[in-house]
Design a protein around this ligand. Structure first.
Ligand code: OAD
Length: 224
């Protein structure tokens, strides 16, 4: 396999597995967030409408966990690769903290809150004011279960997928749609596609190369 440095426009499609080595748990599998918490109580609009304080308590814990950790070598290597673009399902902001500038966040960010049409960056841990000056609650700017993806973000992602000449998926189980389907837009053009994951996933068969191992096992070699 060619080094990724030989491509003109590499695209990384990343998921929770990339942040494992920073100390952030995945969503599924042993120790996964959704094994411990029922999303219907913590991660959907209905839960927020019913009990915003409980939903904020949960997100404050997650914001705290992210604030306490650092980007890992995988994030850094990807950030250093020239012309690389990133489409991430992660909401932890670690790509940006590693120095990446071209990051499309499909599922929003723990570091932003919104209320009505207003969206603001906010990294306070815990969030000091849960309510907007209007009296309504701020809401994490995250795509929760049952939410639609932002059409402008989708548009940007599709453009990146149409322009790349290699796609590398790192650390995603490929079970959350529509995100899971997106890499196929790039694959349809017959470009090389690489999956890095210690386990076989629901979408492994789509990839031209499946590398069974962790991000830190494979990214340093691929990016050498
Ligand atoms: P998952 O938790 O579903 O999957 C994480 C994947 O990472 C699994 O396939 C693991 O095998 C793999 N993995 C574990 N350790 C790894 C390592 N060191 N290196 C590489 N891979 C490793 O996470 P996602 O696919 O990202 O939504 O989940 C997709 C969406 O579901 C998330 O964006 C989240 C969740 O609900 C929101 O937060 C809105």
């Amino acid at each position: 396999m060619r080094s990724l440095t030989k491509y003109r426009r590499p695209l990384f499609f990343t998921g929770a597995g990339l942040s494992v080595e920073s100390g952030i748990p995945t969503y599924r599998g042993a120790g996964g967030i959704w094994e411990e918490y029922d999303y219907t109580d913590y991660a959907c609009q209905r839960a927020f409408d019913a009990n915003p304080e409980r939903v904020w308590d949960f997100h404050d814990v997650r914001r705290e966990a992210v604030a306490a950790c650092e980007p890992n070598e995988g994030h850094r290597l990807i950030a250093e690769l020239e012309n690389a673009r990133i489409i991430t399902q992660n909401i932890d902001g670690l790509h940006q903290r590693a120095g990446a500038s071209d990051v499309i966040e499909l599922h929003g960010s723990l570091g932003r809150v919104r209320c009505g049409g207003e969206v603001v960056e906010n990294f306070e841990v815990p969030l000091r004011e849960r309510r907007h000056s209007s009296g309504r609650y701020w809401r994490p700017d995250i795509v929760w279960f049952e939410d639609m993806l932002d059409p402008l973000v989708m548009q940007e992602a599709v453009r990146a997928l149409e322009e790349c000449d290699v796609i590398v998926s790192v650390g995603t189980s490929g079970v959350v749609y529509p995100a899971a389907d997106l890499p196929r837009i790039a694959m349809r053009r017959g470009i090389p596609s690489i999956e890095i994951n210690p386990e076989e996933t629901a979408v492994s068969a789509w990839y031209t190369h499946s590398l069974r191992g962790t991000a830190s096992e494979f990214l340093p070699t691929l990016l050498a």
